[in-house]
Design a protein around this ligand. Sequence first.
Ligand code: GLN
Length: 471
Amino acid sequence: MISPGTSLNALQKALRGGEISPLEVIKYYAGRMDELNPQLNALLSYDRETALSAAAKADISLPLGGLPIAIKDNICRKGITTSCASRMLENFCSPYNATAVEKLLAAGAIPFGRANMDEFAMGSSGENSAYGSTRNPADLQHVPGGSSSGSAAAVAAGLIPAALGSDTGGSVRQPASHCGVVGLKPTYGRISRYGLVAFASSLDQIGTLTHSVEDAALLLGILCGHDEKDSTSSQEPVPDFVSGLHDSISNMRIGLPREYTGGGNAKPVSSALEAATKALQDAGAEICEISLPHAEAAVASYYIIACAEASSNLARYDGIRYGHRSRLTHDPDALFSLSRAEGFGEEVKRRIILGTYVLSGGYYDAYYARAQKARALVAQDFAKAFSELGVQLILGPVAPTPAPNLHAVDMTPLQTYLADIYTVPANLAGLPAISVPTPQSGLPVGVQLLAPHFEEARLLRAAATLEQSWK
Ligand code: GLN
């Protein structure tokens, strides 16, 4: 009755129709985890007994009653380790739930499984986890993307029907594209960041990984809303994202930036984009070429700002209050450096050093201040496209290539940073964006849609149209 690709929506119908019980649902996914997680390493842990006891009490009349959802390991769950896939937080047991988790619980969902990730959400391959790489279920020799590597792989392989991830510069959309699932990053501030371990606070946003656009809409409706514990969370009213999902997109104007279709894309990425263009046109949308003149500045601006904020956010891991503490010394200064040297992985250290450098006295204006100006220009490009050019959505690729090989040793950090070119702009501008799988032979490839602030309903409608067109 359940299969690896079963959506939340279908599960909910089966539960409510009495075709299956909440206990059977958990047993099914626990079985998949036992069978496949040893090779995928998508989940850092999963507690079958706790999930089963929650299932025994599940109220299936609630909006997500009895539905299991995996949680990226940088989103706090009370009484459970939240390690951010770092040695630094190996023994950190969260004393509280993130607001997103509270909302899932209140809606009757069953959090099940801590999803593996790049350490502190820094990376694009899943290989920066201190607990081993996650594999791509479509081909185990390839990475699943990152940093929400485990969330994407777990959904794609049917270890869980949906997962929460976080997206600071593409970490929900890019692994979704590489694994063949739907990845939604809402508008900055839509979902409370309370209890999401901070990486770069002005860019971080919780998002969802699901089998279908409808599931993304269902979860978004639950997760959104103002939270007094996060002053950056939005007061914007939360519409019903599911009800208008299948309305027509005829006459919608969708922009295709010429900066996104150049020679830099691999063949499967260009064909995915062509297929999406045609599908949207067939549904009555008008696709027009637009320009985002500052697109090229996005990656540099992102890496300066993200690293600057990370260096400040990660200063709290001092070996004294919580997190890893070195056993080699009792001297407070040495303790600080040794604990950090032992607790953080290579990529995290690289970013802290970079971030500290760009914020330091002599370099602040040359790097950080200029990056902020570039950020404003990137955001302005989008604002112009949505107003002066009159487009309602923007279509583009998610990443320039399908999932790279595991251990792509020939890639320097800079090369991997550059591959974030299509995802970081949405974070710099705070826009909602979604990655939708396309029908491909070979490795999965998604396409991306972006919308103006708080226009998730429109975004989801076009995404559902795409999804529907290749069924
Ligand atoms: N790949 C990007 C980075 O490494 C995005 C990370 C993210 O969205 N968390 O910074």
